[in-house]
Design a protein around this ligand. Sequence first.
Ligand code: 5GP
Ligand code: ZN
Length: 138
Amino acid sequence: MDNCIFCRIISGEIPSRTAYEDDDFKVILDASPATRGHSLILPKKHCADIFEIPDDTLSAAAKLAKKLAPRLKQNLGADGINIVQNNGEAAGQTVFHFHIHMIPRYKDPSKDDPKNLMWDHKEFSDDEYVEIVKALKD
Ligand code: 5GP
Ligand code: ZN
């Protein structure tokens, strides 16, 4: 994928701050981090999103997230971690090579932690909830 920025980072054509690498994954620091240590888990084999990623790659990516989580917590002193994965433009995806955001979160006010990673809460009618559950089950 010549025009994919993450493929070019994975191949080494574009430099990145690499925090972890094995045969199947590269983990880089985000160029515009939300917090100190914001990392991206990149599968080396190109796939765009959750709809394309093979099951075994997704499982391995989840395992890697679990392996890295204690490093973010203990080595960087994070108090929590948001694990975020965007699919599609409407969901905020800007790079169409599957990736998992690992975002360390800090209680310490001096760490400049943003408070806006969460969402407003909506309400739906009982009928709408019935419809939603039905749609998800089909
Ligand atoms: P998305 O919005 O697709 O879920 O996340 C893409 C992320 O990739 C963004 O947080 C953005 O800052 C990061 N990013 C985009 N281009 C580069 C780059 O060239 N290098 C690095 N390290 N991160 C990038
Ligand atoms: Zn790619």
